[in-house]
Design a protein around this ligand. Structure first.
Ligand SMILES: [Fe+2]
Ligand SMILES: [Fe+2]
Length: 317
């Protein structure tokens, strides 16, 4: 007879985890150093925008792929009001949960400030297109809304790490030490957010292993990089993958493998109910498939790059 999955009720899970949340919040605050956007932004490179100013890609020598990544990363940060709404609704306003949500929001707010100031003074993106895209994005208010705290915790754990990787890799390709420092600083915030949620998930796995494994399987199956709802998101996502900033291989090698398999140790969990056992099997199969697809796509991209490098050789000689 199959055992029906009975994931712990949301309130019970949150109550049970509250002391862990309090101590992880304390750890987070102890490890966080204050920083200021104005100390990082190179304002001396800026000048007024004349009324008839029209942006041109030549204003900053960035490739389309790098611009796509900066655009998506910034707009995702701009969507903070809706991420906050989701998190507050899920965790509640009280206790360490509420305290964490507000502190997290205050930290996240700094990300769009510093990235936008940098992009504006360096003229890296069209300021008119960017502002229109921000208005469109924030007016539609679309963010993933996981249905339970189990799934919510898994989603934010994976998402914060994905965001960290995307910011850091974008910093590496902007080809500007100042831009790199800015993206690295933002990425290190995202990493601390990830560690908070990652360890909260570990605690949740002890409290309700079956409920959490089912939640992990569903969130890995449905995971999308933040940014759906952004104008032309699919084209930007392809460009970001092409530039090696975020792709299937990175998703597998730097998120699913180290977090889901190694840190949460999903393969070795015992005492799962039937539904969770089935979810684990499906999850492990999916992770293997994502790994293979990542290898295949990375190989194909390398071959394409080699082919286009060959084409460029005669012109360069
Ligand atoms: Fe952020
Ligand atoms: Fe974050």
């Amino acid at each position: 007879m199959s055992v029906a999955a009975d994931p712990m009720h949301a309130d019970a899970l949150l109550t049970e985890l509250e002391p862990v949340t309090a101590s992880l919040l304390e750890r987070h605050l102890a490890q966080t150093k204050e920083w200021f956007p104005h100390q990082l932004v190179p304002y001396s490179r800026g000048r007024d925008f004349e009324p008839d100013y029209e942006w041109s890609p030549d204003d900053a020598g960035l490739s389309d792929e790098v611009r796509s990544s900066l655009f998506v990363n910034l707009l995702t940060e701009d969507n903070l009001p809706y991420y906050f709404r989701t998190i507050e609704a899920m965790f509640g306003r009280e206790s360490a949960w509420g305290e964490w949500s507000r502190r997290w929001t205050a930290e996240e707010g700094r990300h769009s400030i510093v990235i936008r100031d940098y992009l504006t003074v360096t003229r890296s993106l069209d300021p008119v297109a960017l502002e229109r895209a921000r208005m469109a994005q924030v007016s539609c208010g679309q963010v993933p809304e996981p249905p339970t705290p189990h799934e919510g915790l898994v989603y934010v754990a994976l998402q914060e790490l994905a965001t960290r990787i995307a910011h850091h890799n974008t910093g590496k390709v902007v080809d500007d030490p100042v831009g790199y420092e800015i993206m690295k600083r933002v990425a290190s915030d995202e990493n601390r957010h990830h560690l908070f949620y990652r360890d909260l998930c570990s605690a949740a796995l002890e409290v309700d292993p079956s409920g959490m494994v089912i939640a992990i399987e569903k969130q890995v199956r449905e995971f999308e990089m933040p940014g759906t709802g952004i104008v032309d998101f699919d084209a930007h996502a392809r460009a970001i993958a092409k530039a090696g900033i975020y792709d299937f291989k990175i998703h597998h090698d730097q998120i699913l493998q180290p977090v889901v398999l190694r840190h949460w140790g999903v393969e070795g969990l015992t005492g799962l109910d039937d539904e969770a056992e089935a979810a684990r099997d499906a999850l492990l199969t999916r992770i293997r498939r994502i790994g293979k697809a990542g290898e295949r796509l990375a190989r194909r991209r390398a071959e394409e790059e080699a082919a286009s490098a060959d084409e460029r050789v005669p012109a360069a000689v």
